[in-house]
Design a protein. Sequence first.
Length: 269
Amino acid sequence: MGLIDEPELTGIRRIHTDTDTNELVLPQASIERLRRIAEWVVQPRPVMREWGLHRFIDGGLRALFRGPSGTGKSMAAAVIGREIDRPVYGVDLGAVVCKDIAETEKKLKRIFDAADAEGAILFFDEADALFGKRTEVKDSHDRYANQEISYLLRRLEPFEGLAILATNRRGDLDEEMITRLDGIVDFPMPDEAARESLWRKILGSVKLQQGDDIDAAALARAYELTGADIVRCARIAALLSASEGRALDMELLRHCAAERAAMRERPKD
């Protein structure tokens, strides 16, 4: 029975990808850290115990993936799982954490135990609440929130596998959280060169007739978008192309990219 088959467990999903590490568009330092994480996971556990460090620290590896939404954090987690043949499960903390602290602890224990038994990688997406300063206790809700966060941080310690926590934060990391991390991988907003590479990779996978006027460099220069944004632009443009019976061309791509960029703009007061 896999983790997603656990009865009464909600907020768990299997993450898949057909991408490999070489296809990720990230700074080289981030790629190297991802490779090191993957290499760690496949080390036999008895070997790590023989090194003697288990006397000082228990459990597996805890990594922080840090960067804006849409920059490839969940995809990178899935890439690690694909390359080392391990299942990757995304955990929605909002669905796991509840008002009853005992019930929350029960759910988290079942998640960690099932993942450990399956050799699975756990990916806690949008785990920003874990990384801010502990909330000042003003009422019972604050007290329970702090207890839930503290329990999860403690429960990460004995987990033998890889636990990845994702956040959009750049700073203001809680000291208790930092002490429990083994490494941080940054996922920055793509620069112009990275955006051009993303446009080329994504459009290269689209199996539709494409116009001769498509200019990935011009799209990258004109629109500051994330990888996820570019995928959605290509998808909508492809749908318009198919529905209108025309080639996928620069006009359609510019239209979709402009709309996507406008969605990212903050409304004026």
